[in-house]
Design a protein around this ligand. Sequence first.
Ligand SMILES: C[S@@+](CC[C@H](N)C(=O)[O-])C[C@H]1O[C@@H](n2cnc3c(N)ncnc32)[C@H](O)[C@@H]1O
Length: 397
Amino acid sequence: MMNRRNFFGASASAGAAAGINSFFNASAEAAEVKAPQGTVAVRGADGRLKRLGTLDLESQQDFTLGFRLMHNKKLRAQSQSAFERLLYTKKVDPATQMTMEEMLALVADEPAIHIASKTWLANQQVTWKTLQDYFHANADLYLSEMDAADKVGPGKLELSPTMDIPAECRHEIHIQPGGYVGDEFAGHIYHYGTNSFYIAVLGHNEQDQIHKGVAARLPIPEDGKVKRILDMGCGVGQYTVALKERFPEAEVWGIDIGGPMVRYAHTRANFLNNGANFAQRLAYDTKFPDGYFDLVTSYIMHHEVPAEGTKKIIDEARRVTRTGGVYYPLDFMSGGTKAVAPAMYNRWWDHRWNNEVWSREYHSIDFSKEIAARGFTMPAKPVAALPGFGARHAIKV
Ligand SMILES: C[S@@+](CC[C@H](N)C(=O)[O-])C[C@H]1O[C@@H](n2cnc3c(N)ncnc32)[C@H](O)[C@@H]1O
């Protein structure tokens, strides 16, 4: 077995030595690896969110969240105004479809835009780095906790360590070090890092409020039968556990290409005593039988896969959704509206600097039309789920 301390660096067991307590304490084995009491107090949970292992780290995260809130309110607004002022002074119609080169030439000498970009990026890097450093420094503790949880329920976990991860999934999305597949703690890092995104952009999510809200509004098949549900690209399983909470009798599966993501999702679901199942699988190759699910859904996965991948995933959704079942993927609205210059700039920025590798491809296709072209009926009036993210309610015919 790999020596974890060599893998992550000499300080891998520092947390245990310092008495930091593991997160989920999912089983007796996990309890055994807990450090002796006394040096660092048990930090407990804030509702369903386990508190981070040290006050220092929590304070760092508070700082970067606060900075991000300030940035959204002030610096981003200044940057947006500067962009609009440039369009005005250079007499560019905001509805113009500019080339990337034209757009970059336009902003080249505008300090408000560059300051906003740089500060946002630096803050994002600090958010990820402080989390990654912490989990690596306490690797033994958190890996042992996941090891112990792997075989414990109530839900099942299936990992595929020899799986060939497609190159298209191996990138550092949102500049998260290691991305979804390249760090044993991708799930831990993603969960705490994206809390900052959700709180700054949508107001909250530390109690899974966003995912619960979406799960609560999910339309069900007309015959009312909901025995099996699939959440594609489930990440750390916040939506998956919310689905299981809404449909406790159903067999609920969350699948994701990231092994560390589903491992963390499973450990956390155990902590919540939630019986959702998790598996490391590709959304376009789910391995489930034809027509197995009454509901197939996903939350903000598609803008992170190539356009051809999205088409393959819709085909797979059609295969595994039963006749009369509901397919309800949520992601940004795409294709339908003509991007005007400021929106194009923001999209380019996200792609270039926040490493949203596939989002421009995603926006180049009309997701709803692709679904409608694959044997689903789109209800005339889609169910509104969340401001900012589109809702697509489709019924398999
Ligand atoms: C933005 S995250 C969203 C995660 C989760 N649905 C949530 O609400 O937090 C996108 C997720 O899709 C997963 N993903 C991307 N491409 C995938 C694919 N081809 N098959 C399965 N999962 C994929 C990523 O690993 C990641 O966890």
